[in-house]
Structures are given as C-alpha cells and as structure tokens.
Design a protein around this ligand. Structure first.
Ligand SMILES: [Zn+2]
Length: 159
C-alpha cells in the first residue's frame, strides 16, 4: 500500500505530536508512521519521548521495531488499566496456564489409567506369591508429564 517514500512529505507521528520538523534521519520515523498517531501518543504519555529515544539508541537497529511495539503494547495496556497495566494480562494468562497444566496432568493420568486397564493380562503371570500384578511398567510415563514446559512468548527469542 503506502510506500516508504510517502513519509518524506508528512512528518512522522512523533514529530507531528511534538510539533517539530521531521528530519530525514529522524529516529522515530520508521516506527511511528503518520497513519498511527495514537501509537506515539500512548508511548509518549506513559514513557515520555526522551526515554523512548534513549531506549531506541540503546538497542540494536534491528531490535528497535520490536522494542517500539512492546512499548506501544505496554503503554496501551497501562492506559486501559492504570493499576496493573500489562501485568494484569500476564497474571490472567499465568492463571490460565496453571489451570490448563492441572487439566493436562489430570487428562494424562486418566489416559495412563485407561491404557493400563486395557493392557492384556497375560503378561502378569509372575512368580510373585499371592499373584500380585506388577503394574509399575505402565506408570513410568507419568514422570514425563511433569517435565512439561510452557513456551510463553516472553521467553521466546525471535531470531
Ligand atoms: Zn520524525
């Protein structure tokens, strides 16, 4: 749609908001296009323009877009929820993970129970006195479920 040459005539959202001339080497221009004025307004309200430019200078150029997008996300969440911000969303998701983990554990143990019950009983002819069934073999996979690792986007490195 809009080509990158379109922002040379109109200032970026940051410069327009700050009422200053948008220079060709403007740090904000690639990340705050004039079509998204609210993005900069939110980030400026929560973090302040000077902190944002400081942060952009501290990260590598290829990381700046991700940095701006996370700042915009955090700022929007903070405006919507002044008390918890995006921590509110994180704790809801963490509770969801815990609930789903419990559900998964319960389902896994059900599955193991059903699998054990369906196992042919011909292999249980052991030399044990009293004819006790040896069913430890079937339960060994329970331990695997405890190694379940939640892959959240917070510890995913986008490389
Ligand atoms: Zn600019």
């Amino acid at each position: 749609m809009a080509s990158s040459s379109s922002y040379s005539n109109s200032p970026c959202a940051a410069c327009k908001f700050l009422r200053r001339k948008c220079m060709p080497d403007c740090l904000f221009a690639p990340y705050f296009p004039p079509e998204e004025p609210q993005k900069f307004a939110n980030v400026h309200k929560i973090f302040g323009a000077s902190n944002v430019s400081k942060l952009l200078n501290e990260v590598l150029p290829h990381q700046r877009e991700d940095a701006v997008n996370s700042l915009a996300y955090e700022a929007e969440a903070r405006i919507k929820d002044p008390v918890y911000g995006c921590v509110g969303a994180i704790s809801v998701l963490q509770r969801q993970v815990m609930r789903l983990q419990k559900e998964l554990d319960a389902t896994n143990s059900d599955l193991i129970r059903y699998t054990c019950n369906e196992m042919p009983t011909t292999t249980t002819t052991t030399t044990n006195q009293g004819g006790r069934r040896v069913s430890e073999g079937g339960g060994s996979s329970i331990g695997q479920s405890s190694g379940f690792y939640y892959h959240s986007t917070w510890n995913n490195d986008h490389l």
